[in-house]
Write a protein that binds this ligand. Structure first.
Ligand code: HEC
Length: 115
């Protein structure tokens, strides 16, 4: 059966209006799922990019160990010892000199939180 054109239009209009009214509710309903599905790991803070070229994400060796999973205190202590020259180094003494206490703290905290 064919509906007279004006009735068909009315139904279409009503459907469009209902859908429009539902959209915000739909968006709200979907939002928490999106937030939950977002990757859990926060992006690395600036500065970490200066470490990943040498220190591998996992594994590493005696010469250049991985940093992820080391305690923040250990990383901070090592960086400060490199910087002051009390810990012998091939390159870390020079690298550590480029970082302030605050930057080292942020980088160390990030590495400590990595698995
Ligand atoms: C050019 C390569 C290179 C870069 C870049 C580099 N490292 Fe290193 N890192 C080394 C090497 C090599 C050692 C071993 C000590 C040495 O010979 O200097 C080391 C050792 C360390 C250690 C001691 C680890 C342990 O368990 O004994 C820490 C902590 C460390 N680096 C932190 C960092 C941080 C933080 C950054 C970024 C800001 C960084 N490194 C960037 C090469 C690098």
């Amino acid at each position: 059966m064919r509906l007279p054109p004006h009735i068909g239009e009315g139904i279409t209009q009503t459907l469009i209006m209902r859908t429009k009214r539902l959209l915000p509710a739909l968006a709200l309903a979907l939002m928490p799922a999106n937030v939950i599905a977002a990757p859990a790991a926060p992006p690395p803070p600036p500065g970490v990019a200066a470490c990943t070229g040498c220190h591998p994400k996992s594994g590493g060796d005696a010469a250049i160990p991985q940093l992820a999973g080391h305690s923040a205190d250990d990383i901070i202590a090592a960086m400060k010892a490199f910087r002051s020259g009390t810990r012998p180094a091939t390159v870390m003494d020079r690298i550590a000199k480029g970082f302030s206490d605050d930057e080292i703290r942020v980088i160390a905290a990030w590495y400590a939180a990595q698995k």
